[in-house]
Ligand binder design. Structure first.
Ligand SMILES: [Zn+2]
Length: 334
């Protein structure tokens, strides 16, 4: 069975998110007071962070494919709305680099297809295809230097083509190294999109450890921080998704990404579970829906104070702060 036919994910559930948001977030009139820290935007580092999930980037829009035109439009829209990409490591380390007044967003790309990262011939050699996701992101970053090159690619080292490390067998290692050099991260997605619910623990560990070994060999010393569960399915022994080993090769995922669920809680929020991070599938009007939602509920979105060592939040949300999660974090309330 091809990767594509197994890559079906469950649809997002805005309703579920609304229920969770209503249950977990108390909105007070205090939040309407202007915050002197950042003129114009209401700093709130306990707000939500959208984690966007892309699959194919291709000429035409489809259920599992974002069109090149729409991908460019997504970046333009995110930029105009004040969103700036951050890395998964920034999120789990609680050191968010987004400038003051900006909103972090995490870009994720699953299944390592060529439309995400492709080389093409050019005079005198090869270059990154300006029509693939990485090429589009580089071009966008050139035009908007304050939109950093951040994002994570959940790759498949042993999938059938064209999903084996972005196709183009001769460039597998070169692509992985170039992604890291550019500032992107690489994440685990099993060897070949294995549905981890279907296998005994030994196979689960083999899939995850050998994927780690493969990428660690091509990008010397590279360690996965994150796993995206194929189809969102957990192994029967859920802990094996986080940590395990096979023939002495160990893996340890500090973050695990689901396939649906709406925007994620802030890493400073006690309700945030790093090993159950929800995502927004960017398909159809899903992104538009959530951007509109944040426009209508600006107090629910994470707005940075611009200082990675400090967390700034409305006083009435202090009970939700995960005080002991990060060492040496300074707290400011208003
Ligand atoms: Zn996948």
């Amino acid at each position: 069975m091809s990767v594509l036919s197994t890559a079906k994910c469950r649809s997002s559930s805005p309703v579920l998110f609304l229920i969770l948001a209503a249950a977990g977030t108390l909105i007070s009139s205090e939040m309407n007071h202007p915050n002197p820290a950042t003129a114009g935007s209401q700093t709130n580092e306990l707000g939500r962070i959208p984690i966007l999930e892309y699959h194919l980037i291709q000429p035409l829009e489809s259920r599992w494919g974002r069109s090149i035109a729409n991908f460019r439009l997504d970046l333009e829209t995110l930029y105009a709305e004040g969103f700036r990409p951050i890395g998964v490591s920034e999120f789990i380390d609680g050191r968010i680099e987004a400038p003051a007044g900006r909103k972090p967003v995490i870009l994720t790309f699953d299944d390592s297809s060529p439309g995400q990262m492709r080389y093409i011939s050019c005079a005198g050699g090869i270059q990154i295809d300006p029509e693939c996701a990485v090429g589009i992101l580089i071009d966008f970053h050139r035009k908007h230097p304050d939109f950093p090159l951040r994002g994570i690619f959940f790759v498949l080292p042993e999938a059938k083509q064209p999903h084996k490390l972005f196709g183009q067998p001769e460039f597998e290692a070169k692509k992985l190294n170039e992604l890291v050099r550019l500032g992107f991260e690489i994440g685990n997605h099993t060897l070949w999109h294995a549905d981890l619910a279907k296998y005994p623990g030994s196979v689960v560990q083999k899939q995850l450890a050998l994927a780690q070994e493969s990428v660690g060999r091509m990008v010397p010393g590279y360690r996965f921080l994150a796993l995206s569960l194929p189809m969102g399915d957990w192994p029967q022994e859920a802990a094996l998704a986080i940590q395990g080993s096979y023939k002495g090769i160990e893996y340890h995922h500090k973050a695990i990404f689901l396939v649906t669920g709406g925007p994620a809680a802030s890493p400073y929020d006690a309700n945030c579970q790093f090993t159950r991070l929800p995502r927004i599938q960017v398909t159809g009007n899903e992104l538009k829906y959530w951007l509109k939602y944040f426009e209508l509920h600006p107090d629910l979105v994470f707005v940075s104070d611009g200082d990675p060592t400090r967390v700034t939040l409305p006083r009435n949300q202090l009970p939700r702060l995960a005080r002991n999660r990060f060492a040496n974090l300074q707290v400011t309330t208003y």
